[in-house]
Design a protein around this ligand. Structure first.
Ligand code: ADP
Ligand code: MG
Length: 370
């Protein structure tokens, strides 16, 4: 029988709180990879190499050639140094440490991808994390291991301090055994290939969006890259590599902007010759890959007159919206973004797409008539 006495309220153990919070941000390996890719792109990288083992659950490694992370050597080797001034490697994985956001107001004007300083912290609570990094000004690379937000020794008996090592400029982040300490979550992943597919999906999206950046992703143990694109590849080439030649040859470029609603839109959409089983929407808002069912629905509607029944379009849409009008903070995984005047902006984009589709359509009719 259940006891009649009320249960006492007790605070959760901080370790449990941290694990819960981390599990809300990193739901699957693809969330960790997306955060790490965004960090690499923020760091000005022009080449990203990704290595995946068992759908990212065993290993997720990203190597970039960006500006690297300052080791902050003087501050952590000097015992008299002000603890609050310790930068950067030692506090890299503490929650809410970031080089990107200083005041709440910055949320309104933030131009970089991540901003809350929670990604690496989260990962360190639910995986084994190793960071190797080299800045242009450093004579060597530095390697550090993290657990639960803090530096830990590489091996028992060693000190937790970052160690000098050989390495190229840039940063390599290695995440192993994701969810090792959340057995229920770990067990929920039945299929590594499903997780790999989700990872590949987010990589190809960024590969299309980020011009001048080379991407390659490889499964551990396989000789060739599963997907790769060169830094010099054009937008259409990128779409071709990622989504196939059939769609790449049926694309229309579009652009529109509106001062009143404070946005600029550009992208590529398929013409009436392309009719797929499912709609593909690559949506970027202020350079961040997001999902919006409102955008998807409106676009499918815009194509209704142009595609046979059951046919669906492909669209890559990059929206730049005045950051003050975007609520980037709605969802822990930051996928669901809302913005002011959503309906008006979506409407104007769809008007532009319909116009371009009509132009292509009439020019084709015209051609067959002459
Ligand atoms: P946020 O991106 O919100 O700042 P993160 O936890 O993702 O928080 O990263 C914390 C900080 O670590 C970043 O602000 C950045 O200074 C640094 N950092 C992370 N990854 C990289 C990288 N690949 N290259 C350079 N700096 C990085
Ligand atoms: Mg980040």
């Amino acid at each position: 029988l259940p006891s009649q006495a009320p249960r006492r309220i007790k605070p959760l153990d901080p370790d449990v709180v941290n694990k819960i919070a981390a599990g809300e941000i990193i739901v699957a390996p693809m969330n960790a990879l997306k955060e790490m890719m965004e960090n690499s792109i923020d760091a000005g990288s022009t080449a990203l190499e990704i290595l995946v083992k068992e759908g990212g659950l065993k290993l997720l490694q990203i190597t970039d050639n960006g500006h690297g992370i300052e080791v902050g050597l003087s501050s952590w080797t000097d015992p008299t140094a002000d603890l609050n001034k310790k930068d950067d490697l030692p506090i890299l994985c503490e929650r809410f440490t970031t080089s990107k956001l200083k005041a709440f107001d910055d949320l309104l004007s933030i131009g970089t991808y991540g901003f809350r300083g929670e990604a690496l912290a989260s990962i360190s609570h639910i995986a084994h994390l190793k960071v190797t990094t080299k800045t242009a000004g450093s004579s060597c690379a530095w390697q550090a291991f993290y657990q639960d937000g803090k530096l830990i020794p590489a091996k028992p008996g060693q000190t937790p301090d970052p160690k000098p090592t050989a390495g190229r400029p840039g940063t390599q982040i290695t995440v192993e055994d994701l969810f090792y300490n959340i057995p229920n979550r770990r067990r929920a992943f039945r299929s590594p290939s499903e997780e790999y597919a989700k990872i590949l999906d987010v990589v190809t999206r960024y590969a299309v969006h980020c011009e001048h950046v080379a991407f390659s992703i490889k499964k551990h143990g396989e000789a060739g890259a599963g997907f790769s694109v060169a830094a010099a590849a054009s937008k259409i080439d990128r779409i071709k590599q990622a989504y196939g030649a059939a769609v790449a040859k049926e694309l229309i470029e579009f652009k529109t902007e509106n001062e009143k609603w404070g946005f600029k839109a550009s992208g590529y959409c398929s013409n009436a010759n392309h009719s797929a089983k499912r709609t593909t929407v690559l949506l970027f808002i202020n350079n961040r890959s997001v999902e919006s069912s409102a955008v998807k629905k409106a676009i499918e509607q815009a194509y209704q007159l142009f595609l046979p029944k059951g046919g669906h379009p492909f669209i890559y849409l990059s929206l730049d919206i005045d950051p003050a009008r975007v609520d980037v903070n709605v969802h822990p995984t930051k996928r669901e973004v809302h913005f002011l005047s959503e309906d008006e902006i979506i409407d104007l984009v769809c008007v532009e797409i319909r116009e371009r589709l009509t132009q292509v359509d009439t020019s084709r009719t015209f051609k067959t008539q002459t």
